[in-house]
Design a protein around this ligand. Sequence first.
Ligand code: HEC
Ligand code: HEC
Length: 302
Amino acid sequence: MSQISKGHRRQVRLAAFSLIAGVGVFGTLGFTSSNEMNSADSTFTHSDEDVRRRSFDFYRQNIEPMFVRPRGYPNGGGNGACVMCHTWQTSLRFQLEDMTDTPDGWAWTEGQSQMNYDVVTQLVNASDPESSKLLRKPLAVQAGGEGHTGGSYWESSDDAEYQVVREWIEMLPEDQFTPGPEPVLDFEFYSTCVQEVFRTPKYGQLECTECHAGGQMGFAPRPANGTAWTDAEARRGFDVIQRLVIPGNPIESRWLLKPLHNESGGSYTHNGVRRWQSMDDPEWQMLAAWVRGERTGSDCSM
Ligand code: HEC
Ligand code: HEC
């Protein structure tokens, strides 16, 4: 109950904030040009501290405003502002701080921006900027995007926002902002053990397949022959599920959190079923091990 009213208050506040911030945010994009950045190179030494400060300043001026930029109303054909989902609605790795009420309106304090910076820099890959989640999630799938529950924001990599984000990622030092290798999810284990979960409901609940057979959330396609999945069907589901997990990181993997009870660390909402009471559930443990890259093959023992 208190959670609900908290969420509601935030929504009201965000709407008010959007009105105030409605003008001007876009105007600051690209404000700090890369030329200015380069000219500073000659006077500053490249200590870690300098690099961090410059990339943080750029982030605060150009990237963070993008997260609050209003984009019309979702039910009017527009997209929500990133903060609508990425401050509170979802239990995700990309979770921004809850804004502070300041004399100038709702804003992130410098300390909060620092915390946001630490989160957002986990979504980039300075060695290969275009592979960064921060660039690939909001980009339309037709243009090379990865698919995103929040929708697509950039029709192509020519979009001004895309370009500014890329410029920022390019200025981050590769040795500090390159994610480690991710484990590879095993397809055989998926097609034998994971798919079994989709069609064997627990506690008399509906099967995942009832609601997740197609579309954006279609990680559990229905086998056309009614009994077994063809390889092509399984591949389709496997592609979708990869978008909903973070390999190596089960506790931030949406797919394992949505059906987990919310008092045991699961998502706050799921318009479907809660299959696991807690992370101790042997099935949850088995699936988590697969997400960590530890389970392969066709042995589904728990
Ligand atoms: C309607 C809710 C919603 C909105 C609005 C939204 N997102 Fe998302 N976003 C999600 C959800 C849910 C996920 C996790 C599932 C997925 O990756 O598709 C996600 C995932 C992401 C990820 C991957 C996070 C990770 O840990 O790998 C990034 C990056 C991202 N969003 C960026 C953005 C940006 C930038 C905006 C605004 C331009 C935005 N999102 C707007 C819901 C939203
Ligand atoms: C009665 C229908 C229903 C059933 C059964 C159901 N879900 Fe869902 N699920 C939904 C709806 C509706 C949403 C979107 C709204 C939300 O996030 O709650 C959703 C969202 C999700 C998401 C987030 C998808 C995204 O694109 O971000 C995941 C992951 C998920 N469900 C997993 C499961 C799993 C695993 C099962 C089976 C154990 C399951 N669901 C069973 C209705 C269902």
